[in-house]
Design a binder for this molecule. Structure first.
Ligand code: PHE
Length: 340
């Protein structure tokens, strides 16, 4: 009896020294402390012990049980904490660090303002239709009443890709296309990119954005054009904005005009933004030329229309006080983030 208690003690010490994994700890626990374990065997043997020795013997067994329990618990704790440490080291986590902020992409400022413009015009009944960036001379020039000798077709201004194929120089290329695919009443707004071979500076770029508004129906008047323009700019900039028009020439409208709004910075008093004139030029516009209607298969005796086109980049610059058009395409995140 006495020996077996010592045997179990040394057996435990031996087992303990080779126990490594969590499963092994569990097995060790069952072997010594389980219901059919070695300690329990010792307890069962108690009834054969001389009654006078029983209390002392029982205490010895209990002491051994406590020692074994404590050692197993310690091993379990040290093992799980070392496992945790190992895992932390492996996963390279500094749990004391604050969370890392995720970068979320946002709409480009130009797109944001385009959305706003489309919303304003959408409420007036204009639906969106886009034309291709790469187009033929026909839709970009010919059908817009710009014959082969028109100066706007000069190679210096236009990027040609192949014979008679070019990067559109304006969004007006959508005009004859929409007339080909739908009958009046037509009320279309068309945002997109335009390309011109110009020197790149703070004020001009080879690649910019335009928005075309195009309306063809019976009895569309010059008054409709003025009212639509005024409403549009009032809603885009400020309810107090006023417009003025000056006669101008575009081959695809007659009469043609330039549209100005009173300077949104100085409200017309004169400042550096408006070069002391009190006015800002914002769009080209006019009544659709009968020739253009004819190219689109629309009878100019029956229908009239208006069109206007404007540079979006310039609008955005005015609206947000941006002084260099190149910022839009440089993709400097510090600039773009300011308009998220
Ligand atoms: N397409 C012209 C331009 O790019 C603008 C315009 C559009 C003028 C429609 C009149 C009518 O300058």
């Amino acid at each position: 009896m006495q020996t077996s208690l010592i045997d179990i003690r040394s057996q435990f010490d031996k087992d303990l020294s080779t126990t490594k994994t969590a499963a092994e700890v569990e097995a060790l626990k069952i072997k010594f402390l389980g219901k059919k374990g070695l300690i329990q065997d010792l307890m069962k043997g108690l009834k054969e012990v001389d009654p006078a020795e029983r209390p002392a013997r029982g205490k010895e067994i209990n002491d051994l049980k406590e020692t074994i329990t404590r050692q197993i618990d310690e091993l379990f704790l040290s093992q799980s904490s070392s496992e945790l440490k190992e895992r932390l080291a492996r996963e390279d986590i500094d749990t004391s660090l604050p969370g890392r902020r995720r970068f979320l992409g946002k709409k480009h400022l130009i797109s944001q303002v385009v959305d706003e413009m489309l919303q304003i015009l959408g409420k007036m009944g204009f639906s969106v239709q886009v034309g291709p960036d790469i187009d033929s001379e026909f839709y970009n020039f010919e059908a817009l009443n710009m014959g082969p000798d028109h100066p706007a077709r000069d190679m210096q201004d236009t990027f040609y890709i192949a014979d008679q194929v070019l990067l559109r120089t304006h969004t007006s290329n959508v005009q004859v296309r929409v007339m080909e695919s739908q009958r009046p009443p037509i009320r279309v707004v068309s945002p997109g990119k335009a390309f011109r071979n110009e020197d790149i500076s703070a004020r001009s770029h080879v690649f910019f954005h335009q928005l075309e508004a195009f309306y063809v129906d019976k009895n569309v008047t010059f008054g409709d054009l003025l009212a639509t323009l005024e409403q549009f700019f009032k809603q885009l900039f400020h309810p107090d904005v006023q417009i003025r028009v000056r006669p101008s020439y575009f081959p695809f409208v007659e009469p043609g005009m330039e549209v100005d709004i009173n300077c949104i910075s100085c409200k017309g008093a004169g400042c550096s933004l408006c070069k002391q004139t009190g006015w800002l030029e914002v769009a080209g516009a006019g009544m659709v030329h009968p020739e253009v209607l004819r190219f689109g298969g629309v009878d100019p005796e029956e229908y009239t229309g208006f069109a206007w086109g404007m540079g979006i980049d310039r609008m955005v610059m005015l609206k947000y006080g941006i002084t260099d058009i190149r910022m839009f395409t440089e993709n400097d995140i510090r600039f773009l983030e300011q308009f998220a």
